[in-house]
Design a protein around this ligand. Structure first.
Ligand SMILES: [Zn+2]
Length: 164
C-alpha cells in the first residue's frame, strides 16, 4: 500500500520588529508543491504561524490533500481542519522564515554602505572597499591575511545572501 500522507511544515520567526513565516508542502511521493516565505509585519509568532498555515492549507485544498501532517513551530494552533499538527521545529521552514527577515544585529556592521551591486564601502576610522562577490576587501586584516574573510566581507556576504 503506497504512502498517502502529505507532509508539510510551517515555522515563524521574528526580528527587528517584524515577523515572518516560512513553509513547504510535499505530496505523498515527495514532490514539492509549495515553498514560501513572507514577512508579515509586527505580529506575534502565533499570528505569523496562522498566516503560514492558511497559505499551506490553501495550497493543500487546491491539490485535494487530505489531512496533511504539518510540523508547526513554535506556536501550534489548536486545530486546523483535518491537518495533523505536530509541534516540531523544521529546519527548512525556519530557514525560509529567517531568509526574509532583516539581517541579525551581528551583521549590521556600522557604516557598511552599498555603493553599487557587489560593491560596499566600510566606513570607520578609515574607509575600506569591500567586494563580496570577488571575495576581496581593502582592509589591513584582509590585505595582510590576518583574517580572511575579514569582518567586512563576512557582513557584506551575509547582506548579499539575504538579498537573494
Ligand atoms: Zn575588510
Amino acid at each position: 500500500m503506497p504512502n498517502r500522507t502529505w507532509t508539510g511544515a510551517v515555522a515563524a520567526s521574528a526580528r527587528g520588529g517584524s515577523a515572518a513565516f516560512g513553509g513547504w508542502l510535499r505530496t505523498p511521493s515527495g514532490v514539492l508543491v509549495w515553498r514560501s516565505a513572507e514577512r508579515v509585519g509586527d505580529v506575534t509568532l502565533r499570528q505569523a504561524v496562522d498566516r503560514g498555515m492558511s497559505a499551506l492549507l490553501r495550497v493543500g485544498l487546491a491539490h485535494r490533500a487530505s489531512g496533511p501532517e504539518v510540523a508547526v513551530w513554535p506556536a501550534a494552533p489548536l486545530r486546523y481542519g483535518r491537518a495533523l499538527l505536530q509541534r516540531v521545529e523544521d529546519a527548512e521552514a525556519l530557514a525560509l522564515a529567517e531568509s526574509v527577515l532583516p539581517p541579525p544585529p551581528e551583521f549590521a556592521v556600522a557604516g557598511l554602505e552599498k555603493v553599487e551591486p557587489g560593491h560596499y564601502v566600510a566606513h570607520g576610522t578609515r574607509d575600506y572597499q569591500v567586494w563580496p562577490l570577488l571575495g576581496v576587501c581593502s582592509c589591513p586584516a584582509f590585505t595582510y591575511e590576518a583574517s580572511r574573510p575579514c569582518k567586512h566581507l563576512k557582513a557584506a556576504l551575509e547582506i548579499e545572501r539575504r538579498a537573494g
